[in-house]
Design a binder for this molecule. Structure first.
Ligand SMILES: CC1=C(CCC(=O)O)c2cc3nc(cc4[nH]c(cc5[nH]c(cc1n2)c(C)c5CCC(=O)O)c(CCC(=O)O)c4C)C(CCC(=O)O)=C3C
Ligand SMILES: [Fe+2]
Length: 370
């Protein structure tokens, strides 16, 4: 492969790691998986039982693993279409295949520099720093055999991600009586504790503000030339933890109830906080929130998550090409939509801590430890 051939566009990287959360594949996996997720976290036992039941409704199997395999294939296909040589592998934080095992295999097949895409679009402790801690732990475990790892910047304001969401919302709205005109778009994301939100805002736009930015871009796009009159708001799902600890609100169910009181009769539920239909979407939105809407006389449709939509996948491949170029010392201007600049490749000191003001000293990759 010559220096300027498409095959070399991902150099110096020789593998791409899709790094995700993981989820159970059957009933026997559910409890050990939940224990992995909640180790060291202050999650009450009854919340764990409740979440275990959510998985139980789906045969103890989360859809997340198959969705990650679909994304892996879609990324590999798009790289192939562009003639880029870069094998894609998949590893998780909380369930098999674990990242450390995937990396060990990748090294055995000759990988030395691995670029990582984390499957959370927004930067916060849960979606960003916790993955950087996890990757640092995997590298420590592999010792001398560890590859060198870089991480693609959080992609909430990537045009591919945002426009794929906008398309999905437009398609969902078309299913409502009379379409988007007169509808209310309830954008939904995962709730996080207020202290995690505050910590996320220490060195850049906070978690909530990142979502508000995406929401504004999508609203402007949907308004377009036709300018239908619609309202929108941001709500949260899947809060856990100690009930006395404040988390981001309103909860999507409370919010739908409130909207019904205000006379709202049709809603698009737009899960912009999630890239695929994993358990939070399948249970908290498709089971609970749609039921809440119906109970309150609201016609509601749930927009698709971006999944393997072409624009989203192409956007991720653009991010890979952009990052690789920068690593080769070439100029590569990040492309974004909305009011915020691209987040940096390497997280600044103090970014995305678990709690505002807390320094744990836990080693991280692609960022400072404080
Ligand atoms: C911001 C965020 C994302 C990013 C959005 C994204 O990446 O899409 C995300 C993703 C995910 N969270 C997931 C599952 C769980 N999260 C939990 C707990 C928690 N999540 C939190 C936040 C987030 N979580 C927080 C602050 C907690 C409290 C404990 C802690 O501080 O960590 C618990 C414990 C039980 C409970 O408390 O609910 C479970 C089982 C799954 C897999 C789903 C599947 O199996 O299909 C995925 C993709
Ligand atoms: Fe979670």
């Amino acid at each position: 492969m010559t220096e300027n051939s498409p095959a070399a566009l991902a150099a110096p990287y020789d593998a791409l790691l899709l790094c995700s959360f993981g989820g159970p594949n059957g009933p026997d996996d559910v409890l050990p998986f939940l224990r992995n997720v909640t180790v060291g976290k202050n999650i009450p036992e009854d919340r764990l039982v409740e979440v275990g039941e959510h998985y139980g409704h789906f045969g103890g199997k989360s859809p997340i693993n198959e969705q990650n395999l679909d994304l892996l294939q879609a990324l590999q296909a798009e790289l192939g279409r562009r003639g880029i040589e870069l094998p894609v592998v998949w590893g998780n934080r909380n369930w098999h295949p674990y990242t450390v095992d995937t990396l060990r295999d990748a090294v055995a097949f000759g990988a030395k520099r691995v670029l990582t895409i984390v499957t959370s679009a927004y930067a916060s402790y849960s979606g960003s720093r916790q993955y950087r801690e996890h990757l640092a732990a995997a590298v420590a475990e592999l010792g001398d055999a560890a590859p060198e790892i870089d991480i693609v910047r959080p992609f909430f304001n990537d045009p591919g991600f945002v426009m794929a969401n906008a398309d999905a919302i437009a398609e969902a709205a078309a299913q409502l009586d009379g379409g988007l005109a007169g509808a209310h778009i309830v954008y939904v994301t995962h709730s996080i504790p207020d202290t995690m939100q505050d910590a996320s805002a220490e060195t850049g736009p906070g978690y909530r503000e990142q979502h508000e930015d995406v929401l504004a871009t999508i609203n402007a796009f949907l308004t377009g030339d036709v300018a239908p009159t619609f309202e929108s708001s941001l709500a949260y799902c899947s809060r856990s933890g100690d009930p006395r600890t404040p988390w981001l609100e309103p909860d999507v169910n409370d919010h739908l109830e409130e909207l019904a009181k205000q006379g709202v009769r049709k809603v698009v539920i737009a899960p912009i906080g999630f890239i695929s239909d994993h358990m939070e979407v399948a249970f908290d939105l498709d089971t609970e929130a749609l039921e809440t809407a119906e109970e309150h006389g609201i016609q509601a449709v749930r927009a698709d998550t971006v999944g393997v939509r072409d624009k989203f996948v192409a956007g991720l491949v653009d991010l890979i090409v952009e990052r690789a170029a920068r690593e080769r010392g070439e100029e590569a201007t990040p492309v974004t939509v909305g009011e915020f600049p691209a987040l940096p490749d390497v997280a600044p000191p103090g970014s995305c801590r678990m709690r505002h003001g807390e320094v744990t000293g836990i080693p991280v990759l692609a960022g400072a430890e404080d």
